[in-house]
Design a protein around this ligand. Structure first.
Ligand SMILES: Cc1cc2nc3c(=O)[nH]c(=O)nc-3n(C[C@H](O)[C@H](O)[C@H](O)COP(=O)(O)O)c2cc1C
Length: 164
């Protein structure tokens, strides 16, 4: 059996996830990147991880800033996910995609209206193939009511109770 990248993508596409935007302060500007390779790692200490492609601009920004936010998107924030998934985009007009930001006390950009926000301080990194695993300690969280944006088989989805 010889595994192709397409086989791997198809298999991973069956694993439905939420969608996040990773936010980093970049010399006073907001840099964002859509990411679903995000998961909890540890409870004590409270750690999460996000896997970032070496080619992503975010990769260098996370190494430089060592602090970032994870914004869990709500089901009405698909346009924001699409906006921060565009590599050529310079992110000059986030409000055109409906994205507005506040700042935490540490200066990290927080996406308004997201379902949850996690303020993360870099703990360690591990190079893994063409990605780097960024492990971070969660310092603060914010949770709001609402329904999540989901990603399944390369498409955005809305959540529904089982049986509907
Ligand atoms: C739903 C979705 C999830 C994604 N998840 C990741 C991810 O976990 N890690 C990653 O490196 N890129 C991920 N991407 C691709 C990045 O969002 C995309 O390459 C982005 O343009 C990188 O931006 P940057 O170069 O400004 O950092 C994802 C894209 C989509 C649409």
């Amino acid at each position: 059996m010889s595994l192709t990248a397409s086989d791997f993508r198809q298999a991973m596409g069956c694993f439905a996830t939420g969608v996040t935007v990773i936010t980093v302060d970049q010399e006073g500007k907001v840099h964002g990147m859509t990411a679903n390779a995000f998961t909890a790692v540890s409870l004590d200490p409270v750690l999460v991880l996000v896997c970032v492609d070496h080619r992503a601009r975010t990769h260098a920004h996370l190494h430089a800033r060592k602090r970032f936010g994870v914004n869990v998107l709500r089901n009405d924030q698909q346009t924001i996910s699409e906006y921060y998934a565009r590599s050529a985009e310079t992110h000059q007009h986030p409000e055109a995609a409906g994205a507005r930001f506040d700042r935490t006390a540490q200066g990290t950009p927080v996406l308004q209206g997201a379902l949850a926000y996690l303020e993360c301080r870099l703990h360690s990194t591990e190079t893994a193939g063409d990605h780097t695993i960024f492990i971070a300690e969660v310092e603060e969280v914010l949770v709001r009511d609402g329904e999540p944006l989901l990603y399944f088989r390369s498409q955005y989805r809305d959540i529904e109770p089982v049986g509907h």
